[in-house]
Design a protein around this ligand. Structure first.
Ligand code: ATP
Ligand code: MG
Length: 431
């Protein structure tokens, strides 16, 4: 019987994993320029940590958690998102003391787990690149962090993007808005979807996020949260807009955008791709915002915070729709061709010497004919091919060929062992 991987999961195979490495490496280098440091949290958490943060009425907690009781009867969940575990870690490890930078800036590249209906760009195990900033309520933090996400897409060559922002205001603003929204939605209660009916009184903002087309039609004319922002909230949102403009970052405001997680306040944003390959369909590749109340909610001192997460699978789909090609083979510096079984030991020693000199190197192990070995070398994109036949072995030499220029030189084996970097340099300087 042949087994299959669980529904909604992927094997990331060679030829494809190189693309993932490229996305990850690009993110690491950029985030380091912004002075973010990497954090890695456990793959599973106490259920409570996620339920408290993300909110009981959210899709994630109400439908999508991979939760179970372990052998010690602890209620555990696989991590569905990055922020809750990181806030837990921030509080638990006291990452706010005088020995830590303030604001404290973290990034992660990790897999997440949500029990969803699998489709393109929607998996049960998926991967996110995300960041969190703790300790700054300065709207410059909101804008810089958004700018970093946009810089990342720019570095990858993505052009067809739209930044959409909104403000959920502070607690006071949201309470005022909540009442107005309930009053509006109650007029359409009978027509709302089951989910939205239930959320109407528990968490009416969730209704704005509904994917049901009938709900969406009702929501289109709902009161706007932006009309309910108090002075502090309006000032913060105003500053965010001014700063975006100062950095020449185009944006749109969507006052019905609320995002799927309960912990947000003030600025929230999404980066949406409308790449030509999507034929008019929009895809959210990145989402985030401010969550000033969450650290306290999880037992810490009141701490302002801002973060985002992007889905790597969706990013790859977006890059494809943009026609951007990522590397699928890593470069090979040298391929060693050995002709005849007697050369086996010398080949073994030569590839090790070349690798130890800091170059990538591979060889034939199956005693193939010269033609087959050269074909493999070409397929792997080798820059140099080093050939040892029986005659070369007797004479203590090897032939080294630059595959691009065709230039060939015979070197004593002793020189190859002692001086491969110079040989590589001599043979490749012109190509
Ligand atoms: P959606 O509305 O598409 O369900 P979300 O609001 O649940 O998205 P977030 O929790 O904000 O998404 O996660 C941030 C990003 O992670 C999303 O913008 C998306 O790119 C990606 N993402 C979320 N869920 C999945 C999934 N099941 N499979 C693949 N990527 C996902
Ligand atoms: Mg979702």
């Amino acid at each position: 019987m042949a087994y299959q991987r669980p529904k909604g999961t992927n094997d990331i195979l060679p030829g494809n994993s190189e693309k993932w490495q490229f996305l990850e490496e690009t993110a690491r280098l950029l985030f380091q320029d912004y002075r973010f440091q990497e954090i890695r949290t456990p793959l599973f958490e106490h259920y409570e940590v996620v339920a408290r943060s993300v909110g009981d009425t959210s899709d994630i907690v109400s439908k999508e958690m991979y939760d179970f009781y372990d052998k010690g009867q602890r209620h555990i969940t696989l991590r569905p998102e990055g922020t809750a575990p990181i806030v837990r870690a921030y509080v638990e490890n006291k990452l706010f003391g005088p020995e830590f930078p303030n604001p404290y800036k973290l990034y992660y590249i990790e897999s997440m787990f949500r029990y969803e209906r699998p489709q393109a760009g929607r998996l049960r195990q998926f991967h996110q690149i995300g960041v969190e900033v703790f300790g700054s309520e300065n709207p410059a933090t909101d804008v810089e962090t958004i700018a970093m996400a946009l810089d990342y897409f720019k570095q990858l060559g993505v052009e067809h993007l739209q930044l959409v922002i909104n403000s959920l205001g502070d607690k006071e603003s949201r309470l005022a808005y909540r009442e107005a929204l309930i009053a509006y939605l109650e007029r359409y209660e009978a027509e709302l979807s089951g989910d939205s009916k239930r959320r109407l009184h528990e968490n009416p903002l969730r209704v704005l996020d509904s994917k049901d087309p009938k709900d969406q039609a009702i929501v289109a004319n709902a009161p706007s949260i932006l009309d309910y922002l108090n002075e502090t909230s309006a000032k913060h949102f105003q500053a965010v807009q001014e700063f975006l403009t100062a950095l020449a970052i185009p944006y749109e405001i969507d006052s019905n955008m609320v995002r799927g997680l309960d912990y947000y306040n003030h600025t929230i944003f999404e980066i949406v791709s409308n790449a030509p390959g999507f034929n008019g369909v929009q895809t959210t590749v990145c989402g985030g915002g401010r969550y000033d109340g969450l650290v306290e909610e999880l037992g810490g001192k009141p701490t302002p915070a801002f973060g985002f997460a992007m889905g790597m699978e969706r990013l790859l789909i977006t890059l494809e729709a943009e026609g951007i090609e990522l590397p699928t083979v890593l470069p090979l510096d040298c391929y060693v061709v050995g002709l005849g079984e007697t050369t086996n030991l010398e080949c073994l020693k030569v590839v090790q010497a070349i690798r130890n000199a800091g170059f990538s190197c591979d060889r034939d192990y199956l005693n193939r004919k010269a033609k087959g070995q050269f074909k493999t070398a070409a397929k792997e994109g080798a820059r140099l091919v080093l050939t040892i036949g029986e005659t070369e072995l007797t004479n203590g030499v090897a032939n080294v060929k630059n595959m691009a220029t065709g230039k060939e030189v015979t070197y004593p084996l002793t020189e190859i062992y002692q001086n491969f970097p110079e040989i590589f340099e001599d043979l490749t300087e012109l190509d």
